[in-house]
Design a protein around this ligand. Structure first.
Ligand code: SF4
Length: 499
C-alpha cells in the first residue's frame, strides 16, 4: 500500500524546485501539452502503428512516452522517460502484441516529470483493465482526488490523468458498463480532457464539453474499415490513415469490431478550442477547420503586416514557428522574405546543463545568425509569441552582433498576460513579461527599434471561424472553465503526495 499524505497547495508554489525544470533552463515558449493516439485494428501491428503515430506527435511532449496494447483481456505496456525514438525499439514493440493500441507522449503539466507519471495509465476494474491517455488538465483535481481517496483507491502517480482512470474504475466497479461508467466519470471531471481509453472490448475517444484540446478520427483500410484516434491529423498521415472528422466537444466515440458509434455524453457543449494550438502548438501540416495550420499562421502574418507596418530591408521568422507568419508579412508588405537565423534541427531537449559561457551565448545552441545576410540591414523578425521575453532579448542581441542596423519585432499573437490551466505550461503569471509590462516597456527591455503584437480581434478573425469558438484566456484572463482560486497558485499541486 502506498501511503498518501494530503498536501497543501502552498507547499509547492511552482515547479522551480526541479533543477532540470528551472526557469532558466526552460524554453521561453509555452510548453506543449501531450499527444494521444489510439487504434483498433486486429489485422495490423498496432504497437508499430501507435509508435509511428506518437512519433508524428512528438512535438506535443518530449518528456516521456508510452504504449499499451490489448491482446484479448491481457494488457502489455511499455513506458519510459525520453523521446518516442529513445523509449522504443523493434524488440520492445515486438513484446506489445494485440488488436488495440493506446499511446501517449507527455509534457508534464500536473505532476512532475518522472517515469511513474508516464502514460497510458493502466488501471484494474471489475470488467478488466483500462489504459488511459490524456491530453489536457483538470481544474478540479483536488476534489476528485479526495473523492477517490475516500474510496480507498491506491493512487500511484501524481497525475490528474490517473484520477480520471480511477473515477471510471470506481463507476465500473459499482456496476456500470464501460460506456455508462466512463460517462459518469466524465461528469465528475472539470477542465480540459481529450482522452483515448483502451479496454479489451474497444477504444474510446472523448473530448470535454469545451473541446479545449483537439482529437481527430481517421480511417484505416477498407473491408473492414478500422478507426484511429490522434491528437492531430499529422498522427494519421504518418500511418496512411484518412482524416474522417474531429471528435466533437462533449462527444464519446466507441470503436469496436462493429465499427464506430457516437454518444453525446454532455448536452451543453460549447466549442472553445485552444487558440494557441492553432498559433503555435500543433504542427503546421496538421489540419484544423479544413486547412493546414500553416495557412492560418500565414494569415496571422498578413494581418499583423496590415495592423503594424514598418519599413525594412528583409523580413524573416524565428525558426520554425515564426516562419509562416513572416512569409505572410512579406506578402502584404512587399518586403523581401529571407532567412536570418538557422536552426540546429538536431537539438532536442537536453538534460545536460550547458557551461556558463555557453549559457551566456545561450541561444546559439539552437539558432545561429547568417551574418552576411544581416550585415547592414534593417530587419523585421516575426515570432509567434513572447512568454518571458528572455529568449527574445538574446535573439535581438544576436541579430545586432551579426550586423543588423535596425531590429523590428512583430508577434503573430497578442500579449500573453495570463497562465493556462488547461494543459499548457505558459508559466506563472509573474513570469509573463506582458502581465506586468506595457508593449513600450517590453520593447525597451528587448532593445528592439519597434515591437508590435497582433490584435486579439486579428488573431480570432484570421481563423475565419466563429470567434466565440476559441479559448483565448491566456490573452484575456477570460477562462471558459472557472479556475478554483487555490488552483491558480500552483502548477505541481499534487507533487510529493506519493512516495
Ligand atoms: S488559456 Fe491559452 S493556452 Fe490555455 S487553453 Fe486557453 S488559449 Fe490555450
Amino acid at each position: 500500500m502506498i501511503p498518501i499524505h494530503p498536501v497543501s497547495l502552498d507547499e509547492y508554489p511552482d515547479h522551480s524546485h526541479n533543477p532540470i525544470d528551472s526557469h532558466e533552463n526552460r524554453s521561453d515558449k509555452p510548453e506543449e501539452a501531450c499527444g494521444v493516439f489510439g487504434i483498433y485494428a486486429p489485422e495490423q501491428d498496432v504497437a508499430k502503428l501507435t509508435y509511428f503515430g506518437l512519433y508524428a506527435l512528438q512535438h506535443r511532449g518530449q518528456e516521456s512516452a508510452g504504449i499499451a496494447t490489448f491482446e484479448g483481456e491481457q494488457v502489455h505496456q511499455h513506458k519510459d522517460m525520453g523521446l518516442v525514438s529513445q523509449v522504443f525499439n523493434e524488440a520492445i514493440l515486438e513484446k506489445l502484441p494485440g488488436h488495440i493500441g493506446v499511446g501517449h507522449t507527455r509534457y508534464s503539466t500536473t505532476g512532475s516529470s518522472r517515469k511513474v507519471n508516464a502514460q497510458p495509465a493502466v488501471v484494474d476494474t471489475r470488467l478488466g483493465k483500462l489504459a488511459l491517455a490524456h491530453n489536457g488538465n483538470l481544474v478540479n483535481t483536488i476534489q476528485l482526488r479526495e473523492e477517490l481517496l475516500k474510496s480507498n483507491f491506491n493512487l500511484v502517480t501524481t497525475t490528474d490523468s490517473e484520477m480520471i482512470a480511477y473515477a471510471i474504475a470506481e463507476e465500473v466497479n459499482a456496476g456500470a458498463d464501460w460506456l455508462e461508467g466512463s460517462i459518469r466519470a466524465f461528469h465528475r471531471c472539470q477542465g480540459a480532457f481529450s482522452l483515448v481509453i483502451g479496454t479489451a472490448n474497444g477504444v474510446m475517444g472523448v473530448r470535454d464539453p469545451n473541446g479545449i484540446r483537439p482529437l481527430v478520427i481517421g480511417t484505416l483500410g477498407e473491408n473492414p474499415v478500422r478507426y484511429v484516434l490522434a491528437s492531430e491529423t499529422c498522427g494519421l498521415d504518418i500511418i496512411g490513415a484518412e482524416y474522417l472528422r474531429d471528435v466533437e466537444p462533449g462527444e464519446l466515440v466507441w470503436i469496436t469490431d462493429a465499427g464506430l458509434s457516437s454518444y453525446r455524453w454532455n448536452q451543453q457543449p460549447q466549442r472553445k478550442l485552444c487558440i494557441f494550438e492553432m498559433i503555435y502548438f500543433a504542427r503546421p501540416d496538421s489540419i484544423m477547420h479544413n486547412e493546414t495550420l500553416y495557412s492560418y499562421r500565414m494569415r496571422l502574418g498578413r494581418r499583423i503586416a496590415q495592423e503594424s507596418p514598418v519599413d525594412a530591408d528583409i523580413v524573416f521568422g524565428v525558426p520554425d514557428s515564426g516562419i509562416p507568419a513572416a512569409i505572410g508579412f512579406s506578402q502584404v508588405s512587399g518586403i523581401a522574405y529571407g532567412e536570418g537565423l538557422i536552426k540546429n534541427r538536431y537539438v532536442g531537449r537536453t538534460f545536460i546543463q550547458p557551461t556558463q559561457s555557453m549559457r551566456e551565448s545561450g541561444l546559439r545552441m539552437k539558432l545561429n545568425p547568417l551574418k552576411d545576410v544581416l550585415a547592414g540591414k534593417r530587419v523585421i523578425i516575426v515570432d509567434d509569441s513572447i512568454v518571458r521575453g528572455t529568449t527574445s532579448r538574446k535573439l535581438v542581441k544576436t541579430l545586432r552582433e551579426a550586423g543588423a542596423i535596425e531590429v523590428h519585432m512583430r508577434i503573430s499573437s497578442p500579449p500573453v498576460t495570463h497562465p493556462c490551466f488547461y494543459g499548457i505550461d505558459t508559466d506563472t503569471q509573474d513570469q509573463l513579461i506582458a502581465a506586468t509590462k506595457s508593449v513600450e516597456e517590453i520593447s525597451k527591455q528587448l532593445e528592439v527599434d519597434s515591437l508590435a503584437y497582433l490584435s486579439w480581434e486579428g488573431m480570432l478573425e484570421a481563423t475565419r471561424e466563429d470567434t466565440n469558438s476559441f479559448c483565448s484566456a491566456c490573452f484575456t484572463g477570460d477562462y471558459p472553465v472557472a479556475i478554483p482560486e487555490q488552483v491558480k497558485r500552483s502548477k505541481l499541486m499534487l507533487e510529493k503526495v506519493v512516495v
